[in-house]
Design a protein around this ligand. Structure first.
Ligand SMILES: Cc1cc2nc3c(=O)[nH]c(=O)nc-3n(C[C@H](O)[C@H](O)[C@H](O)COP(=O)(O)O)c2cc1C
Length: 375
C-alpha cells in the first residue's frame, strides 16, 4: 500500500541520541546499559543502527547544567557535550546527518560557528544545528541570561552572526594553485566586523565553508517568539505535542510564521518528538512504559505498543498533515529501539512515507532542502 503525506512529501525522520531510554526507573532494567552512559559504545551502536535504517539524522539535545538533587534516583541531565558526542558519531558513520544543540544565550557565536563548520567539513556536509535559547546554565559561564523579549532578540542576533561568519570564508575562496603559488583569493575572505549591540565579532572564521551549503538550522522553543524565529530562519523545528490536533495547529502556526517572514510555507519542517516504547506485545510495551513514567519531562507524542501500532499512528498523523516527520525518542529498552529501526521504519518505506535508502550525501539533501535556501 502506498500513501503519501498530506502534501505528497516524504517524512523526515531523526533519532535522538540522548539517553531518554534511561528515564524514571528504566535505567534499572537489566539491559539498560546504564554503566555505559558516558561511553561511546551505546551511542555508536545507536548511530550504526539508525544509519542502517537510512534515517535522516541523529539529534543530540544538550544541557548546560546539572542539579545534584535530581541524581539520587535517576540520571537527570547527566549528558555529554552534544558537539563532542556527534563529532565522534560522525567519524563512525558515513551517511547519516548529525545535529548537536547550541544554547544561544550562553554560547559564543564565533566558537559555535567554528565548531559547527568543523563538524560540517569533517562529516562532509552532514552537520545541522539545533538552536535553543537555553533551559539554564548561565551560572556556569559567569553571565546573566537575559529574560523576556531579549531572549529571542539575542537568539536571532546569534543565528545571524553564525551565518555571517560562515560566509566570511567561503568554500570557493580556496584557489589551491600550486604552480602559481596561490592559496586563496583573499578578496573573498572578509572580516565581518559585526557590532550589533549584542555581539562584537571581527572575523573571519578559520574554517572554510563546506561547498554544499551551510548546516541546516533546527529550532526548539515553543513561545510565539520562538515560532517567529523558526519561521524567519529555521529549516526544521523540534516540538512537543501531545495530540494530532495540537500538532496540526502548531504546524499551521509555523507555516504562517514562515510566510510572514517572506518564505515558502513549507520551508520549515515540523518535527515533533515521538517517544516510541515498543515491544512484541502491547502488554509488554505498557509494562516498560510504566517503569519510565516516574521520569518528568515534556509530554511528547508517544506510542506504546507493537511496531504495527506505531506505523498506524505515524501514518495517521502524516495523512492528516499534522507532521512533516518526527524525531524518535527511544523509550524503554534496546529492544524497543531495534523494533523501531528494524520494523517501523521499513514499514513506513513500504507505505511510501519514507524514502528507501539514502538518495543524497548531505543532511541538506536528506531533508530535501535547497541551497541557497529560500529564506
Ligand atoms: C522541544 C524542545 C526541546 C528543547 N531542547 C533543549 C535542549 O536540548 N537544551 C536546552 O538547553 N534547552 C532546550 N529547550 C528549551 C529552550 O531552550 C527554552 O528554554 C524553552 O523552550 C523556553 O523557550 P520558549 O518559551 O520559546 O519555549 C527545548 C525546548 C523545546 C520546546
Amino acid at each position: 500500500m502506498h500513501e503519501a503525506c498530506g502534501d505528497g512529501r516524504r517524512l523526515s525522520i531523526g533519532l535522538a541520541v540522548s539517553p531518554t531510554w534511561l528515564r524514571g526507573d528504566a535505567w534499572r532494567a537489566e539491559d539498560s546499559r546504564v554503566e555505559e552512559l558516558f561511553d561511546l559504545a551505546p551511542f555508536a551502536d545507536l548511530a550504526a543502527a539508525a544509519e542502517a535504517a537510512a534515517l535522516d539524522f541523529l539529534f543530540a539535545p544538550d544541557s548546560g547544567f546539572l542539579e545534584p538533587a535530581t541524581l539520587d534516583r535517576a540520571p537527570g541531565f547527566s549528558t555529554h557535550d552534544s558537539h563532542t558526542l556527534v563529532t565522534a558519531l560522525a567519524a563512525r558513520t558515513s551517511r547519516i546527518g548529525v545535529v548537536p544543540t547550541v544554547q544561544t544565550l550562553i554560547d559564543s557565536p564565533y566558537a559555535a560557528a567554528r565548531r559547527l563548520m568543523s563538524l560540517h567539513r569533517l562529516s562532509d556536509g552532514r552537520a545541522g544545528w539545533n538552536a535553543v535559547t537555553a533551559l539554564g546554565g548561565a551560572e556556569n559561564h559567569g553571565i546573566e541570561a537575559p529574560t523576556g523579549e531579549e531572549r529571542y532578540s539575542r537568539a536571532r542576533a546569534f543565528v545571524d552572526a553564525v551565518r555571517e561568519l560562515w560566509g566570511s570564508y567561503p568554500a570557493d575562496a580556496l584557489i589551491l594553485d600550486r604552480a602559481a603559488g596561490r592559496f586563496a583569493d583573499r578578496g573573498r575572505v572578509r572580516r565581518v566586523n559585526r557590532d550589533d549591540g549584542r555581539y562584537r565579532i571581527a572575523g573571519p572564521l578559520t574554517v572554510a565553508a563546506h561547498p554544499s551549503g551551510e548546516p541546516p538550522l533546527f529550532q526548539a522553543g515553543a513561545s510565539p517568539q520562538g515560532v517567529a524565529l523558526a519561521g524567519a530562519c529555521a529549516d526544521a523545528v523540534f516540538a512537543v505535542t501531545g495530540s494530532i490536533d495540537d500538532a496540526a495547529s502548531q504546524r499551521a502556526a509555523l507555516r504562517d510564521a514562515a510566510a510572514r517572514a517572506g518564505r515558502a510555507a513549507d520551508a520549515v519542517r515540523f518535527l515533533p518528538g515521538l517517544v516510541v516504547t515498543l515491544a512484541d506485545t502491547r502488554a509488554e510495551a505498557r509494562r516498560i512504559a510504566g517503569a519510565q513514567r516516574t521520569g518528568t519531562g515534556p509530554g511528547h507524542w508517544s506510542v506504546t505498543g507493537t511496531p504495527e501500532d506505531a506505523v498506524e499512528e505515524i501514518a495517521m498523523w502524516a495523512r492528516a498533515s499534522a507532521i512533516d516527520g518526527f524525531i524518535a525518542l527511544a523509550g524503554g529498552s534496546w529492544r524497543s529501539i531495534e523494533l523501531f529501526l528494524g520494523r517501523v521504519v521499513p514499514a513506513l518505506v513500504e507505505r511510501g512515507l519514507f524514502r528507501r535508502g539514502y538518495e543524497g550525501r548531505t543532511l541538506r539533501e536528506h531533508l530535501g532542502l535547497r541551497w541557497p535556501s529560500d529564506g
